[in-house]
Design a protein around this ligand. Structure first.
Ligand code: IPM
Ligand code: MN
Length: 366
């Protein structure tokens, strides 16, 4: 089969990690007889430099015409990059938010699990890790604080800034359905995370989750307050299967969940709507501090490409081959710098490799 993939390399380490994911996809194409065509799409800081806008209408049209989009990362150092002198709606991140909205990518799936090989990179103590953990965060992606009305105004000589958090019943229902559907294929447990002791939007969230849950009697569910969830993620991460939550809470909790797996560089992500189209990107950022050094971990992007094979193209066997190759890479003792064991005596048993070498070694294992 032939597939048309939009490629947003973006900024920072984006181009480096995307190059490795393409290498892996090309290996899959060779081995399984597919054809992947790539079309570069500008978004983020590189788009600002080229066009003055973080995402042009032409770029949105390119993304819409693709079967799926593979993305690296966007943005730069918010303290030093000139991009952050621009008004908020002209900055790199605005491009990503606009794309999510334009393509109605309301469901963001972020799997986080601990490879046995990475126990030594995990910041948690062995007794907390226990038998390891394997969870999926289902984050609502096109509502909440990210897309509510906002303003900054001067009132009586004092600047006041306002952001609003709004959710509607249908917005909550559709993401809840996605979470319960995914849970059904996993360990059949949903933890819905909110702040219902304070926020109206969270109380509506709870009510809707209850309604959706009634249609999934085979899936157990619980509600958890977000502050408690942040704590439980480091106290006993093994208790979670599917975490369902709103946009901002999901942003924060998914970084936390990824760190307990060893590194943000391991966490893949899929942003989906109700069609087969999806945007696949590592959950981590553009890491401007290490951009161009050839040391970034490409695994999150490679695993995101695997999710693309599975969810957008229904190529389950191919997706599994990529995931197994990553597993084998780790089993064979290779590590990028971010997933090196914390203890130097454990570090002696593994071999540190750079971005390109990691991509090559993973390709060899497909
Ligand atoms: C993420 C990122 C984005 C977000 C930024 C870049 C706007 O942190 O995908 O988690 O906050 O959603
Ligand atoms: Mn984030």
């Amino acid at each position: 089969m032939s597939y048309h993939i939009g490629v947003i390399s973006g900024d920072g380490i984006g181009p480096e990690v995307v190059a490795e994911a393409k290498k892996v996809l090309n290996k899959v194409a060779d081995k399984y007889g597919h054809e992947f065509e790539y079309e570069d799409i500008l978004m983020g800081g590189c788009s600002i430099d080229a066009t003055g806008e973080p995402l042009t209408d032409a770029a949105i049209a390119q993304a819409m015409a693709s079967d799926a989009v593979l993305m690296g990362s966007i943005g730069g150092n918010t303290q030093t990059s000139p991009w952050y002198q621009l008004p908020a709606d002209k900055r790199p991140e605005a491009g990503l938010l606009k794309l999510r909205k334009a393509l109605n990518l309301f469901a963001n799936m972020r799997p986080a699990f601990l490879y046995n090989e990475l126990r030594e990179a995990c910041p948690l103590r062995d007794s907390v890790i226990g038998d390891g953990f394997d969870m999926v965060i289902m984050r609502e992606l096109t509502g909440g604080l990210y897309f509510g009305e906002r303003s900054t105004e001067e009132v009586d000589g004092v600047l006041m800034a306002t952001d609003t958090l709004t959710y509607s019943e249908p917005e909550i229902r559709r993401i809840a359905i996605k979470a319960f559907e995914i849970a059904r294929k996993r360990c059949k447990k949903v933890t819905s995370v909110d702040k219902a002791n304070v926020l109206d939007s969270s109380r509506l969230w709870r009510g809707m989750v209850e309604e959706v849950a009634a249609d999934y009697p085979d899936v157990s569910y619980e509600h958890m307050l977000v502050d408690n969830c942040a704590m439980q993620l480091v106290r006993n991460p093994g208790q979670f299967d599917v975490i369902l939550t709103e946009n901002m809470f999901g942003d924060i909790l998914s970084d936390e969940a990824s760190m307990v797996t060893g590194s943000l560089g391991m966490l893949a992500s899929a942003s989906m709507n109700d069609t087969k189209f999806g945007l696949y990107e590592p959950s981590g950022g553009s890491a401007p501090d290490i951009a161009g050094k050839g040391i970034a971990n490409p695994i999150a992007t490679i695993l995101s490409a695997a999710l693309m094979l599975r969810f957008s193209f229904d190529l389950d066997e191919e997706a599994l081959a990529v995931e197994k190759a990553v597993q084998k890479f780790l089993e064979d003792g290779y590590r990028t710098i971010d997933i090196m064991p914390r203890d130097s005596k454990d570090a002696a048993n593994v071999k540190q490799v750079g971005t390109k070498e990691a991509g090559d070694l993973i390709c060899e294992r497909i």
